[in-house]
Write a protein that binds this ligand. Structure first.
Ligand SMILES: [Zn+2]
Length: 421
């Protein structure tokens, strides 16, 4: 019985989000139209709309055109109902954005800070967020703060299990509790790839898909998976670690302890190391040699030079595109998503060799499954992280109980007061 009750609660939450999504996309819709689009019954829609009107997320805007009977009351999202903050954390940087119920996130601040350990990382985080929050143009109440964090997160307890990118001192750190205490605001935290998948669903090119995979291709490689609208967490919340698919038996040592993982061949640090070690053997007239003469070679230099046909970098980027294609084929075979997005700092490299990645996926995935999946390059660029954190905060807020939402208010004052400095 417990499961039945939990399921109907979840269905109610998903239906509420579905209604808000439709209102977001269509602008102005009547209850009858909502019933027709969602396939839900009239009384179910009436109940959901009543809740959304009570918490102020939706407003009635006047009578629409009659379809034969009474003129229907039109509904719209109330953009001034509230807003959320979304923060992306990387080892050397914190980026904070803001979004309301209708508009896409805007970047408020991107600041270089040391996040390599909880101390002084949390102090730095709180300082950046506090000053950006006070400068933001806000309307309505602050609903929540979302955080996109690089590493394995226990979402249920808001604890960092392990963050290879940030540092070992984060292991076991209760980040959600620490931030809620310091900021006085409801905090939601997710792994950055999961958050990016949410960003594609809410703000990207995939407004209609409920099954998608976002592959974050950067320093590490991991996937955020939405299946039927829900983030795939796995048994312990670690689903999506595709960077550790073994591509080359006995290959380079990975920081996970294995050898030949995808990350050790296609991750940014691995690529930069490879180029640096092979530089002396590259032809003197190759464009990368010219870049190297001007200083250290970065992955951006490598991608720039990959545009030159026949160059060292063109061949290197083709090789890694093939490897990433194998991983995407695995993902497609296992999950059968509607869309696979390639994003992260290496998205430009994926654009360059998109046809090759597609061809590799087609020839290595089960034909019917591959044919049903679209490969897209994320258009969110550097915005995926903080946009995903905003999407997480919005989504969790919409899933919150009635009473939680009505409470709102005064607890958020801490974040907006001087006390956070
Ligand atoms: Zn590994």
């Amino acid at each position: 019985m417990k499961n039945v009750a939990a399921n109907s609660k979840l269905i109610k939450k998903l239906n509420r989000m579905n209604v808000l999504n439709i209102l977001k996309r269509h602008g102005s819709v009547s209850r009858q139209e909502l019933a027709a689009i969602t396939g839900l019954t009239g009384p179910a829609i009436t109940g959901i709309v009543k809740e959304l009107l009570t918490i102020g997320f939706v407003k009635e805007t006047g009578l629409g055109v009659s379809q034969g009977g009474r003129k229907p009351m039109q509904l719209e999202i109330n953009p001034e109902a509230g807003y959320v903050f979304g923060v992306e954390v990387t080892r050397h940087e914190v980026s904070m954005g803001m979004a309301n119920l209708t508009a896409d996130p805007v970047l408020l601040q991107r600041r270089a800070v040391d996040m390599s350990a909880p101390k002084p990382g949390i102090d730095n985080f709180v300082r950046v967020i506090g000053s950006a929050a006070r400068m933001a143009d806000r309307k309505g109440q602050l609903l929540a703060l979302g955080v996109a964090f690089p590493g394995l997160i226990d979402v249920a307890t808001g604890t960092v299990k392990r963050s290879v990118n940030l540092g070992p001192e984060w292991s076991g750190y209760p980040i959600r509790a620490a931030l809620e205490e310091r900021l006085g605001v409801k905090v939601f935290i997710e792994n950055n790839s999961n958050a990016s998948a949410l960003a594609e669903r809410w703000f990207g090119d995939c407004a209609d898909c409920r099954d998608l995979v976002y592959i974050n291709w950067g320093e590490g490689i991991s996937a955020g998976v939405l299946t039927d609208e829900r983030i795939l967490q796995g048994y312990r919340g670690y689903a999506g670690e595709i960077g550790h698919i073994v591509i080359q038996e006995g290959g380079p040592l990975c920081n996970c302890g294995n050898r030949g993982c995808l990350e050790t061949i296609c991750g940014i640090p691995a690529l930069e190391r490879k180029v640096a070690s092979e530089l002396p053997f590259i032809r003197a007239d190759d464009p990368i040699r010219e870049r190297a003469a001007a200083g250290l070679v970065s992955i951006e230099d490598v991608i720039d030079c990959a545009g030159a046909e026949g160059s060292y970098c063109a061949e290197l980027m083709r090789q890694v595109a093939r490897y990433v294609g194998y991983a995407v084929a695995d993902v497609v075979n296992i999950l059968n998503p509607q869309v696979v997005f390639l994003g992260g700092r290496m998205a430009r490299a994926a654009t360059l060799n998109r046809a090759l990645i597609e061809e590799t996926v087609r020839s290595h995935a089960f034909p019917e499954v591959a044919a049903a999946t679209e490969l897209m390059i994320s258009s969110l660029d550097g915005r995926a992280g903080f946009s995903g954190a905003c999407a997480l905060a919005l989504r969790e807020t919409m899933e919150s109980s009635h009473s939680d939402l009505l409470k709102g208010g005064e607890e958020h004052q801490v974040l907006l007061s001087r006390r956070t400095i």
